[in-house]
Design a protein around this ligand. Structure first.
Ligand SMILES: C[S@@+](CC[C@H](N)C(=O)[O-])C[C@H]1O[C@@H](n2cnc3c(N)ncnc32)[C@H](O)[C@@H]1O
Length: 173
């Protein structure tokens, strides 16, 4: 499986530790690739962390059974290009799940999401502020995500709202 934009690689490392998966990660930040490789080394697992752009992946067609991407889709400068590349590197009937923040999350949903993080009062206030005035500004609303998928090779998707985020499920037919 492939994790697109794994950052420091914690999810990819956990998936590799589950031992049932051969895991590859692709991130545009060389620093994060170095950190993720070091984290995998410390964890004693093999994950193939690579440097590259989600919209121009260095993998042959039909390389992966599953693609996952967490908290990064809103950061992609070419989101349709990234979706097209996910489509290209998936095997036929392969699936992808993309998780990210929802721009249309309400203030109550943000407050509930931050409450679940069980932070100190000051960190909780700061985190709510960061969500509201930082992260959510870049995020896509549900309909915008569906529109981006419609422009991509996937064309259709399933979008589930989940608290302050969404899960976008894609299948390569
Ligand atoms: C907020 S971090 C999320 C990291 C990780 N998925 C997590 O949940 O901790 C966003 C990541 O997206 C990566 N990124 C941004 N644009 C990218 C692109 N075009 N291709 C690949 N990675 C990208 C960044 O380098 C960063 O590691």
């Amino acid at each position: 499986m492939l994790e697109v934009a794994p950052g420091p690689g914690f999810l990819a490392i956990q998936l590799a530790q589950a031992a049932r998966y051969t895991v590859t990660g692709l991130d545009i930040s060389e620093s994060f690739v170095r950190i993720a490789l070091e984290n995998a080394r410390k964890a004693g697992v093999a994950v193939d962390f690579r440097h590259g752009n989600a919209a121009a992946m260095p993998f042959p067609d039909a390389s992966f059974d599953f693609v996952v991407c967490v908290a990064a889709f809103k950061n992609f400068s070419d989101p349709v290009g990234a979706l097209d590349e996910i489509h290209r590197v998936l095997k036929p009937r392969g699936q992808a799940s993309i998780y990210d923040l929802r721009k249309d999350a309400s203030l109550d949903e943000i407050a509930a999401g931050v409450r679940d993080m069980q932070l100190s009062t000051i960190n909780s206030l700061l985190t709510r502020w960061i969500f509201r005035f930082g992260l959510l500004r870049r995020a896509y609303g549900s309909q915008a995500v569906v529109n981006l998928v419609a422009q991509s090779r996937f064309r259709t998707c399933q979008l589930e709202r989940d608290g302050i985020g969404f899960e976008l499920r894609l299948v390569r037919t």
